[in-house]
Design a binder for this molecule. Structure first.
Ligand code: T6T
Length: 324
């Protein structure tokens, strides 16, 4: 029996060292493909992933596209698959369009874990459907985040009036769920009308002009929910350009460094910071656990920190502001 164990142990590349602690012989390469490279959210996720990679002695390969778009993300994914990493962590930029491209990785024997966004329904390893092959989904609870945003915006506008959602584009799991969570929660406020969503294609300038256009059509506009970093940044800029700071209230998803000034000046009421470093850290740890023969949960939820004027200077809160 002892002999068989020793053979099995050697075959997996894991060797016993003094004191019974096991060390990994093979240096694993774990790829992280973000939604786009120039986004403080994914830059912060990368830092968490690097920290975990360092802790377990793995190599992190970070490769992404310069915009949030399946058309540019798929070629990056193909190039990563060709390099044969031991595992792929990816934030798929579309629920449907990344299914087949990622299936190629799984078919090539590369374990896939999705971080931040999901493919299909986001419920993996069910044995049914064509998008259940990723091993795990590691992310914020975006439905809850949308509900938190709705409650905050309802409070800011005195539970009555007109608001809208500034969003990226349909088909992205995270921002779709934030909008859904927001709208479901807003049903509890019968005196608030939610106007048609404005899609900005992750372009803050477009989000700013849309704010001004919605305001031009609705001079009684009371508030806006920016459903991700660029939507919120742009919507806030639009409010400022329209001279409506503090009058049109802004609730922001994500927390880039600029959010601090915007909260202090009263342009933004509240920011819902995700914990992207946590997502990156646990993404790498989950991949490593799988690669070393351990089972992993099919989903891991990470938290939020809600930032407003009352706590923005608290260092336990400020540490959740994203890295540049
Ligand atoms: O909000 C994040 C991320 O969660 C979302 O999937 C896409 O937009 C961000 O990266 C912020 O820009």
């Amino acid at each position: 029996f002892l002999k068989a164990t020793a053979v099995a142990t050697l075959a997996t590349g894991v060797s016993a060292v003094a004191g019974g602690v096991k060390a990994q012989d093979k240096k694993f390469t774990i790829a992280l493909i973000p939604g786009l490279t120039t986004d403080a959210f994914y830059i912060t996720m990368r830092k968490g992933a690097e920290a975990a990679a360092k802790a377990v002695g793995a190599e992190l390969m970070f490769q992404g596209a310069s915009d949030f778009n399946p058309v540019t993300q798929v070629p990056v994914l193909d190039a990563v698959i060709a390099k044969k990493p031991d595992a792929i962590l990816i934030a798929p930029t579309d629920k449907d369009q990344l299914v087949q491209p990622l299936k190629k990785a799984a078919d090539a024997g590369i374990p896939v874990i999705t971080v931040d966004t999901f493919i299909g329904t986001g419920v993996y390893q069910t044995g049914s459907g064509d998008a259940d092959f990723p091993l795990s989904y590691i992310a914020s609870d975006n439905l809850l985040g949308g509900a938190i945003a709705a409650r905050a915006l309802a409070k800011a506008v005195g539970e009555k009036g007109k608001v809208y959602v500034s969003n990226v584009k349909p088909g992205i799991s995270t921002t779709d769920q934030r909008e859904q969570g927001f709208k479901d929660e807003m049903k509890k406020y019968p005196n608030i009308t939610v106007l048609e969503t404005q899609y900005n294609d992750d372009d803050a300038n477009k989000a700013a002009s849309q704010l001004q256009a919605v305001y031009a059509r609705n001079s009684d506009l009371d508030g806006v929910f920016g459903a991700n970093l660029f939507s919120a940044l742009g919507a806030a800029n639009g409010v400022q350009q329209a001279g409506q700071t503090g009058k049109i209230r802004v609730v922001a998803f994500d927390a880039p460094t600029t959010i601090v000034d915007n909260i202090n000046s009263g342009l933004v009421d509240l920011a819902i910071a995700q914990h992207p470093a946590e997502i990156g850290y646990f993404g790498v740890m989950a991949a490593y656990a799988h690669l070393t023969g351990n089972s992993i949960p099919t989903s891991i939820g990470t938290g939020f920190t809600v930032i407003d004027k009352s706590n923005v200077t608290d260092k336990n809160v400020a540490k959740f502001i994203y890295s540049d």
